[in-house]
Design a protein around this ligand. Sequence first.
Ligand code: SAM
Ligand code: SF4
Length: 428
Amino acid sequence: MNEHDSEKVAGVLLRRGYRQVASPDEARLVFYNTCSIREKAAQKVFSRLGEFNPRNNFGRESGKVIGVLGCVAQQEGEEIFERAPWVSLVCGSASYRELPLLLARLEAGENRVTGLDTDTDETFETELTRRDHPFRAYLTIIEGCDKACSYCVVPYTRGPERSRASESILREVRELADVGYTELQLLGQTVNSYRDPSNRHLSFSELLLGVAEVPGIRRVRFMTSHPHDMGKDIVDAIDASPALCDHIHLPVQSGSTRVLRAMQRTYAREEYLEKIGMIRGARKPISITTDFIVGFPGESEVEFEETLSLLDAAQFDGAFSFQYSPRPHTPAALMADPVPEREKQRRLQALQERQRAIQLQRHQSLMGQTFEALVDGASRREGQWTGRTSSNRVLNFTSSRTDLLGKYVRVRVTGAGPNSLTGEESIE
Ligand code: SAM
Ligand code: SF4
């Protein structure tokens, strides 16, 4: 989502007459987009901002304007001016609509401008978006978050949930199809909580079907789905429409109901597994990926074992896993009984090892099958390509054809590793 925010902000700048240059050294204006989901990402910001200081020929004296965007901007606010006085703009994502105004103030000579209001019911729509990915276009359909997971900084930094009107989304989808995009990814922190604010009142699954019907669109992805709002209608839509990709990213975070309650995730282990059962019951095989946090305050060894047993029960096709990181302004940051760093590391490693074995086994079961891959990379070795299946698996394959980038190719799987498949183009 941050990457796509940058694409939209770049569009705002281009519209205002700015021109992209190759490096910060050449730029008169440098915007730095930031993430504060875990402490490490947030820490990086200040060391990076140090590189933009006047001693390195940055800052106002050199005629350069430095701006900080994103969740660290929102979280630290004007404190950023104290720690890096050469910064001129601090703006969180909920205020990006104000960027043209803030830029105008900077251009008029103001030294310090901020956009830090999160109390909004508006979404950030741009006339122009500079898209960086040649074959996949991202579209944010819902901003902010109204859930209140006790470890998470997002509701604080991105503000309340607000959905974009379905007409506006469908208009952008038609424009993207017109310029040749065939694959789209709809984005939201809780994408499936989408509620159309216009009088068409489309549900999320109706919106998915509407997007999938736009001529020229062959693949529609969406992430991230919250288990609480994962209804059967979404699975039915995937079953009904060939353009809806057979992949759902459904973060579980923990396999222990006690920990899930402490995390305020609004579902229990069994309820989550019921959702998995519902998805596995679809006519199309749908791949399921997830996120985990290990070492949440008070997570016991037995509770961590429950997370490992959930891995076995759910048979995920992929997982992102993180050590718990206390974040400012979150209830979990005040919780007692922190898990020691070394223990968090051990749990993370144990989880990742178990998941790798599961992925390997699941991938091996696909040997001999044929999938359609959208080719998004070429290897330096001639005849070697890489693409993604509808289920979002990486598929490295050989073909004697040239110019395959951006094309859809049928590939027969001949090898399997934990993180990717290998194969050869299938000429039927
Ligand atoms: N909205 C999505 C959701 O509900 O899963 C994604 C939120 S976040 C950008 C992506 C992942 O980061 C989360 O699923 C969670 O696993 C992880 N995460 C969030 N806060 C964290 C924290 N304080 N420490 C460690 N991991 C965290
Ligand atoms: Fe954070 Fe939870 Fe919202 Fe996801 S659903 S962004 S984890 S508060």
